[in-house]
Write a protein of this length. Structure first.
Lengths: 412, 412
């Protein structure tokens, strides 16, 4: 049983106010899959005609629900998403695949749609049998309880070691018609690019074909979930879905590069980044949110690889946990990234205060303002690695005793 | 000031008995570079005619001593190695390069050799100015104090966060003539392949040209230092050197593949692996030594990448710290390695007790013997990832509160 620890000190003050999004309803239930006395099952229902896009884990050991989603996502249509917390349904052989199919069939029967219109996601312990009969038995009650304003409860039902529910919303206009994008996410450990969260579900009333949604979602994921890391560990179950009900009455847009989609793409970016940063803020044991800006690399991709190497370095993360402006560890991490760099151009700053410049320590450094910055909750680390045009921004959290506490005894 | 913590519970009972190796003398001094009241400077002197091979960090931000060694190593000749602890002399621009040259020149003058016959290594804090004048001033005293049996003191002088001095010795015969290989190492954090230690110095009385030493050393490093990891972080200063005095009177051997070198190569492997495992045993905060065997991969190299991904996973390392046979996290780590695997062939065992087989959990598992194994100090994790011929063995330690204690406040 995962300990639900104190709420992260980096948590937002409250769950955001998210209005209903036309075409979607939510329901949760206590299926007792692993947890007791809390909802652990979520059903999202979408109206007929809803399109869908998804980004799934690149793990070579994906969970059974991921395999199912990968198979049905190319159809581009969805009527429902069913999600459980507490058991990830991974490494169960044919039994695991059959469990997913049972879930999809039960939901399809209750909603009068095809099983291939039901996406499935699971999060929790790997390798144990999913008590799918409890999920199937809960489906009729879930369908009865569907309501358009249930999104905060939905966010709570998918939590595992999360200390707070994660939601975000943004508004945009397509061709002058207002649309909304709302999303929920869960995740706090086993968090690394591809994806930097275990589960995230976004809904919008925009009217867009799957062929438009998919590239927009992939691009937004790259700048958000795939630019964050907690511990460098990638889940078997990472799933990001975007469902579009088409209830907004704008003109159809069929080209993802259409300029009428710019505001929608920005809003999608904003929701993804908001959720991804909430996941980092809930990083297991996190006391500080760290933003790392890398500039001067040979390309943006190279800058991102350097940034993630810094972000995943236990030595950098523990130094920041200790409030220590140990830029030597940043140098170490830059060096181990294996990317082209110019040592003589290296610069490092914390909170805008330079500690190294042109490849060496700043002489007679006044450490007081840096120490003050590092004592805060939000840390800005900026690194110049050369004189190239590449830049990237990534996010992580510090590595503290809390991470050890949570992870040295999660399963039992 | 680094805290010299309690000695690691995984430390060997004592420093090994290492006889003098013909052609080498050692001396240490208290130069007060960073530490007080302990030796922090080491001089190894080698007789004229000594050959040398080396393996250096692949970091793209190497320390100034590494740059120097990389420049002079191709000459294949060495008369001395000078090493300091407490300051790594990294990222100091031209000042850092000049400091290295000052060290080499001071030693060369005292030993009547060329500066290019003096190898230099430094370990400790990155980015601060090396007080090279203290090293230069200590050289005459060091030369006076040279003695053939000073190797244990040598091992102590290069320690930083190490909790015990590391030494190893092995014997072999070349063409019927006995030879000895002795070595010392230091390192306990910032430990990851290439190299898996910060500094290691080996001496032998064998009579072998540098062109023979180099491939043998590179191969031995690949199976030892480059098969171990503590935290996935690669130092700027990793330096492994092998010096051969040629005082053993065997016939010259000029082909590294000559069968007369088989026993010597085995002994070199043994010394490297002994030292590398001592470094892991002294991993910051380590309570358990973990050996990971990966089999069934498409190649040995693929198996090693999977093994190191498992070995570097914070979630695997914390699970083992907590005595939890959480094989789901092993599955996660296998999946994130990005190597070809066959999920249906996956098998995982701890201490020889299978927890998963043919891609799924072992039913009705008796966890008692596994729990007993995981309660011990030496953990054996075996993973089958497919049906290929590739296999590799790697080593790491667990991730505990001790790592956070040491690293959240190292520099200050």
């Amino acid at each position: 049983m995962a300990r639900i620890a104190h709420v992260s000190p980096l948590a937002p003050a409250r769950f955001p106010t998210i209005p209903p999004v036309a075409g979607f309803r939510f329901a949760t239930a206590e299926a007792g899959i692993r947890y007791r006395g809390r909802p652990d099952l979520l059903l999202i229902e979408a109206v007929s005609g809803t399109t869908v896009a998804g980004v799934l884990t690149r793990s070579s050991m994906p969970g059974h629900p991921v395999t199912w989603c990968r198979e049905i996502l190319p159809r581009g249509r969805a009527r429902a998403v069913i999600v459980n917390a507490g058991n990830a349904n991974v490494c169960r052989g044919e039994e695991g695949d059959r469990a997913v199919e049972s879930e999809a069939r039960a939901v399809a029967a209750a909603l009068h749609c095809a099983p291939e219109e039901v996406l499935v996601a699971s999060t929790g312990v790997i390798g144990e049998r999913l008590p799918v009969e409890r999920i199937v038995a809960a489906v009729p009650g879930l369908v009865e309880g569907l309501r358009p304003d249930g999104i905060e409860q939905a966010a709570r039902a998918i939590m595992t070691t999360d200390t707070f529910p994660k939601g975000a919303v943004a508004h945009a206009a397509i061709d002058g018609v207002p649309v909304t994008i709302a999303g929920i996410a869960k995740g706090s450990g086993m968090i690394a690019p591809n994806l930097a969260t275990m589960l995230a579900f976004l809904v919008t009333d925009a009217r867009l074909p799957a062929a438009v949604l998919q590239p927009l979602l992939a691009a937004a994921a790259e700048r958000s979930f795939n630019s964050t890391t907690v511990d460098g560990d990638t889940s078997t179950s990472d799933t990001l879905l975007l469902l579009a009900s088409g209830r907004a009455h704008h003109h159809p847009v069929v080209d993802p590069a259409d300029s009428r989609l710019a505001a929608f793409a920005d809003a999608l970016d904003a929701v993804c980044l908001d959720l991804a940063l909430q996941v980092v803020r809930d990083g297991e044991g996190a006391q500080k949110l760290i933003e790392i800006l890398v500039e001067g690399a040979v390309s943006d991709a190279s800058a991102k690889r350097i940034g993630l190497t810094i972000a995943n370095s236990p030595l950098v993360k523990t130094a920041i946990a200790g409030g220590d402006a140990n830029w030597g560890r940043v140098v170490m991490a830059v060096g181990k990234a294996g990317e082209p760099v110019e040592p003589a151009a290296l610069a490092v700053s914390f909170g805008g205060h330079a500690v190294a410049r042109e490849g060496r320590a700043v002489p007679d450094l006044d450490e007081a303002p840096i120490a003050a910055h590092l004592a805060g909750r939000e840390i800005a680390l900026s690194v110049v690695v050369g004189r190239g045009p590449g830049r990237a921004r990534v996010w992580t959290c510090d590595l503290t005793h809390g991470y050890i506490d949570i992870n040295a005894d999660y399963r039992s």
